[in-house]
Design a protein around this ligand. Structure first.
Ligand code: GAL
Length: 415
């Protein structure tokens, strides 16, 4: 064979390789579709494709755990934290907690999953369970053991707060090094006698605690949080200290914060937690604005808050507007310190559908092992909440700005 023939054959192979890489195995399969789909080769390609799917983020697609079940962790939070290693110690893993919406809107249990690579998630069951009947607290071993030390009145209250008819949303977890315990805060809500047809009239924060991130979590109480300071105009003076959509944040020095929408969803607050994270650092009656809490953007009507410390050193507070399950435009504020001056940075999303946050509502910002920031939003499906989708997108904090852009399929560890 002549030299030019080798060169031509090499060039052809290279061209075929590039073409294969560009159109992918499915593209190749389509080229040969006229042959029918009987060939083992094509099935092998399909398996390869499926495996590749599982190892990617495909925003908005169904996402299954390692057992093949749809992940049920909506309104959730993903973070790297110490978890039991099974032999008496701890190891670091990613933990995803969220609403298990298998039973729909109300009484959501809180499911927990773990992962090492953020692509594959192992299910650890419902870490906090809602209660089906008052009787269940005595008759079901799980609850009887968990609440063995409670009086009948306390059991009545626990049932009132976390029964299957109540609102249990946006669970977030922190690990407390000082107590070696895991603490969940969540939006705990219900109708009231005064307003029996509105399931969001109680407007409180629920707290639960456990020795393990996988539960069982023991419900402690639900409570109102910080109030509008004297001298400022309360946007909803008839109902002080409300807490609805919420999030948790642990600063580098270990201080915990709860960030939540209040004043009938009109105003955001950030309150410092107690050292064991199971309460506020100061009771709402005596808390001092600027030291124990901060009241933000009165009347702005924000919810789904997410607080993050960017790798540029600034704090970023992202939120949605208040249109229920429908998506709307996100907004981000940034500040040099949590109780400092917050500046409106506008919409962090760029590109097509940025005006509706890529059809999502914010719930978490976290970092992959290589430092890549990831935005996690919920794409709610109001007609089938259990099939609401997760949208994870690349985010960055550069030049004092949070930016989130769309990606069809992506990997945090792509070369
Ligand atoms: C959303 C909120 C969700 C849920 C929903 C109910 O605005 O972020 O967590 O409460 O409303 O309509």
């Amino acid at each position: 064979m002549k030299k030019w023939m080798y060169a031509a054959a090499g060039a052809l192979c290279l061209a075929l390789l590039v073409a294969f890489m560009r159109i992918g195995p499915y593209g190749v399969a389509r080229l040969f579709a006229w042959l029918g789909r009987g060939s083992d080769f094509l099935y092998a390609l399909e398996d390869y494709q499926r495996a590749a799917d599982e190892a990617d983020f495909t925003p908005g697609a169904q996402w299954r755990d390692t057992q093949g079940n749809l992940i049920q962790a909506h309104g959730g939070q993903v973070q790297r934290m110490p978890v039991p290693d099974g032999v008496g110690g701890k190891k670091e893993q990613y933990v995803w907690i969220g609403e298990d919406k298998s039973n729909g809107h109300f009484g959501n249990c809180f499911a927990v999953y773990t992962s090492d690579d953020l692509y594959t998630w192992e299910y650890h069951g419902d870490a906090l369970r809602s209660i089906e009947s008052r009787k269940q607290l005595a008759e079901d071993d799980y609850f009887a053991e968990l609440y063995a030390s409670c009086t009948e009145e306390e059991l009545d209250e626990i049932y009132r707060c976390i029964n299957v008819g109540t609102v249990m949303e946006r669970p977030k977890m922190l690990y407390c090094e000082a107590t070696d315990r895991y603490v969940i805060w969540f939006h705990s809500d219900d109708a009231t006698e005064a307003n029996p047809s509105y399931n969001y009239d109680v407007g409180m924060a629920g707290v639960a605690v456990s020795d393990s991130p996988f539960g069982p979590f023991r419900f402690l109480r639900r409570q109102r949080l910080s109030r509008c300071p004297k001298g400022e105009i309360d946007c909803y003076p008839s109902s002080k200290g409300e807490a609805r959509d919420m999030n948790l944040f642990r600063d580098a020095d270990g201080t915990g914060y709860i960030v939540y929408t209040s004043e009938n969803n009109k105003t955001l607050y950030i309150s410092k937690l107690s050292e064991d994270y199971t309460g506020l650092c100061a009771e709402p009656e005596s808390a001092v604005a600027g030291r124990d809490f901060v009241r933000l953007f009165p009347g702005a009507m924000r919810e789904a808050p997410v607080l993050a410390h960017g790798d540029d050193g600034r704090y970023y507070l992202m939120s949605s507007s208040t249109t229920g399950w429908m998506s709307n435009q996100a907004r981000v504020w940034s500040a040099d310190s949590i109780f400092g001056e917050w500046q409106n940075d506008g919409n962090p999303c760029v590109g097509e559908s940025a005006n509706v946050t890529f059809d999502t509502q914010s719930t978490c910002l976290f970092q992959a092992p290589n430092g890549q920031w990831i935005y996690f939003g919920d794409r709610w499906n109001p007609t089938d909440l259990a099939d609401s989708r997760y949208v994870w997108l690349p985010a960055s904090f550069k030049g004092g700005r949070l930016t989130i852009s769309w990606a069809e399929r992506w990997r945090w560890d792509a070369p």
